[in-house]
Write a protein that binds this ligand. Structure first.
Ligand code: ACO
Length: 391
């Protein structure tokens, strides 16, 4: 039986049913099928996905990250807006951030992070059957995930699409991966958090431009049997009413078309549009975060059948040190059990959780089998959490 989160609680974990094999899976033979790929005009081999029965578990088996080369310090920012290192450090905990420049691209960072995750997981790009790109800043309006699939050179045209939920994006991506694995029979799902909010920052607004940096992080989520299951519970929410506190809305450009009909009663063809810079009421977003994040983690723990004391690591979206400290205090998680790399990278939106996870895993801080409580929060407003096990 699944609980309301869709996950099995610890006490409710069940062995395989539906007459599945001992691993808990039932994967029928895939049938190779010839399809015509329009971009290549060549017949290529793909696998026809027959309906599969539900696998019972999923686990995090690899991670990777990538950041741009250019580092911008608080002192650098003090040269362009009325601010200083002391204010930024004390109010946010941020000292440096990385910014995309020159030939660098978000797609490139996301592909680099993904390759590192695949290498750690010892999974070939061809064996990835789903790519979820969690981003609010794709380099194509129609989504960036297929470009990552191309960059990774995955044969067999695995599904790749974007998830947009701002700084909550990666948690939503993880939960989505688990649902695709549990309910859809997918085996290797690459979940990428990648954002370049620097492209949407008003660099004259000292209230926001000090906060953000660019980065990408990725995790490979893999199907496994129920005993190895590593995603214990989740809790996800949104509140569109809070959008007024944090947004980057669409704006119609003022330039007229050559056709000259803009501004007429008909208003056609429409003016081209773009997005405005990030506008944020920091105080409101701060209050929102310290209020909802402890609640959502408590909810996920309850769904997982776990207690606060079961948390080995607290890994929150890296937005502000005071938010992270406040939540840790509320949940009574000791400081040395809190993962944070905010000082070096600022708020990297959907990338912040996988970036911090990757550093913690590669440095040996987070070890195989340890339990992580993670939570994202941000624009939308959106927020959510998941209790998971590394490895
Ligand atoms: N340097 C110096 N002074 C500044 C700066 C700056 N960079 N920015 C603001 N100030 C001033 C203000 O003008 C104000 O001055 P005043 O008292 O004379 O009016 C004073 O500092 C205090 O400003 P506040 O905005 O009240 O400062 P606060 O302590 O709230 O910190 C901050 C601002 C850091 C933005 C904080 O509110 C915050 O972190 N909020 C949460 C942001 C967040 O978590 N976002 C996550 C989601 S992001 C996403 O989803 C895309």
């Amino acid at each position: 039986m699944a609980n309301a989160s869709g996950f099995l609680t610890q006490s409710m974990r069940i062995s395989s049913s539906f007459g599945l094999n001992p691993s808990g899976f039932c994967y029928p033979e895939v049938i190779p099928k010839r399809v015509r790929c329009s971009s290549t005009s060549q017949a290529i081999e793909t696998e026809s996905r027959l309906p599969r029965l539900v696998s019972k578990g999923c686990k995090l088996v690899g991670c990777g990250s990538a950041v741009p080369q250019l580092q911008i310090s608080n002192d650098d920012l003090a040269k362009i807006v009325d601010t200083n290192d002391e204010w930024i450090s004390a109010r946010t905990g941020i000292r440096n951030r990385r910014i995309l420049t020159g030939n660098e691209s978000l797609t490139g960072l996301a592909a680099e992070a993904s390759l590192k995750a695949l290498e750690m997981a010892q999974v070939e790009p061809d064996d990835v059957d789903l790519i979820l790109l969690c981003t609010s800043t794709p380099e194509d309006l129609f989504g960036g995930a297929p470009q990552i699939q191309k960059a990774l050179g995955c044969k067999g045209n695995p599904l790749a699409f974007d998830i947009t939920a701002a700084c909550s994006g990666f948690v939503l991506g993880l939960v989505s991966a688990s649902c695709y694995i549990r309910g859809g029979g997918f085996k290797n799902v690459l979940v990428i958090g990648a954002d370049s909010l620097s492209r949407y920052v008003d660099w004259t607004d000292r209230g926001t431009c000090i906060l953000f940096g660019d980065a990408a992080g990725a995790v490979l989520v893999q199907a496994c049997d129920s005993e190895e299951d590593g995603l214990f519970g989740f809790d996800l929410h949104s509140d569109g009413d809070g959008n007024r506190h944090l947004n980057a809305g669409i704006k119609e450009n003022e330039s007229n078309h050559e056709l000259g009909t803009n501004g007429s009663a008909l208003g056609f063809p429409p003016n081209s549009s773009s997005f405005s810079c990030i506008k944020m009421n920091g105080t409101e977003v701060f209050r929102f975060a310290v209020s909802v994040v402890p609640q959502t983690i408590e909810a996920s723990l309850a769904k997982a059948g776990l207690d606060r004391s079961d948390i080995d690591w607290l890994l929150l979206h890296q937005a502000n040190k005071r938010i992270i400290d406040g939540v840790a205090t509320r949940l009574e998680v000791p400081k040395d059990r809190v993962i944070s790399n905010l000082a070096n990278y600022g708020n990297t939106s959907a990338a912040s959780i996988p970036l911090a996870l990757d550093e913690a895993v590669r440095s040996g801080k987070v070890k195989q089998g340890e339990t992580i409580a993670t939570a994202g929060f941000g624009a939308g407003l959106t927020w959510g959490s998941a209790i998971l096990r590394w490895g």
